[in-house]
Design a protein around this ligand. Structure first.
Ligand code: R5P
Length: 310
């Protein structure tokens, strides 16, 4: 089975870099767009091949989901022997349960759709919740970019506390804490709406310390802004560093992060970063991680040291 890496339009640069890292060129895929906006991807010459569709589900999210489904279906119908969807950022992962009656469970819908469209396996990076694996209709590998981000942050000051901006990020903060050998604190957050949150208290020692806030993703920046405010109120010193795997930076995020409260923001390229003249954003590429994982999966080798644990 030959290794083929295919991508659509969601993040060509990342897919190309991942293919380079896996030692192959991107396999040609045409994406035609009709005047009414419909997409028609076409993938040829993959009969009997081991195909990896590298496709990020960043904004515009729903369009990228439809494109992913069409790409998977195209590969299956073209006779691929095995199709793996590599989704560096999985949208809808925050909708992993109903928070009030009448809602959908968006994460389940997206994963079911990927399986039904032709994915034999899924690969994701630092999904919002590990519960995603149990919701997936096909085997899922959850890679982590935390060691890559921690490596980029290895020069942080000795007095830095690693801070989770909410309870959901506490385990993540512990992973950074053990890689960077720094103590961990947690902010207790209450979400008021999709774009507004309130930080209620800080558990752990931040007074007189610099802080590194860590999260799985930055969307509107509300969580990070509220947490940074709580850290300042609890006596943290210096401007706050921020690290997250997925930098969506939607709505008011860049305005919020341009405050002098923040020193810099380190994210990966799972989602295309917007231009941000006022926010010092450092980007760490996950392409080597994806390329390594794709190569190993193609050769049926273990992924253990690349996986999210705990
Ligand atoms: C929520 O639990 C997530 O881990 C993030 O903290 C959150 O989704 C980030 O969104 P925003 O930047 O809009 O606060």
């Amino acid at each position: 089975m030959a290794l083929r890496i295919v991508t659509g339009t969601s993040h060509l640069e990342l897919a190309r870099a991942a293919a380079d890292a896996a030692g192959v060129s991107l396999w040609p895929c045409e994406v035609e767009r009709f005047p009414d906006g419909e997409m028609r991807p076409a993938v040829g010459g993959v009969r009997g091949d081991d195909v990896f569709v590298v496709h990020s589900l960043g904004p515009p999210i729903d369009a990228h989901i439809v494109e992913m489904l069409l790409l998977l279906d195209a590969c299956r119908r073209a006779g691929a022997a095995r199709v793996t969807a590599v989704l560096p950022y999985v949208a809808y992962a925050r909708q992993d349960r109903r928070t009030r009656p009448g809602e959908a469970v968006g994460a389940r819908v997206v994963l079911d759709a990927a399986g039904a469209a032709g994915a034999d396996r899924l690969v994701v990076v630092d999904p919002h919740t590990a519960a995603l694996e149990a919701m997936s209709p096909v085997p899922m590998e959850m890679l982590t970019a935390v060691p890559l981000l921690a490596h980029a942050l290895r020069g942080i000051d000795d007095d830095t506390a690693i801070v989770a901006p909410d309870l959901g990020a506490a385990k993540l903060a512990e992973r950074y804490g053990s890689l960077l050998h720094r103590p961990v604190a947690v902010v207790r957050k209450v979400r008021l709406s999709g774009a507004e949150v309130k930080a209620e208290e800080v558990v752990g020692e931040v007074e007189g310390r610099r802080c590194l806030l860590v999260d799985d993703m930055i969307s509107t920046g509300a969580t990070i802004e509220a947490a940074a405010g709580a850290l300042v109120a609890h006596g943290a010193i210096g401007a706050v560093l921020v690290a997250a795997t997925h930098g969506l930076f939607v709505g008011p995020a860049l305005d919020r992060l341009s405050s002098p409260v923040f020193r810099s923001v380190v994210v990966t390229d799972t989602v295309r970063a917007p231009a941000s003249p006022n926010v010092p954003i450092k980007i760490v590429s996950v392409a080597p991680l994806l390329g390594d994982a794709i190569g190993r999966m193609h050769r049926d080798e273990p992924l253990d040291d690349l996986l999210m644990t705990g």
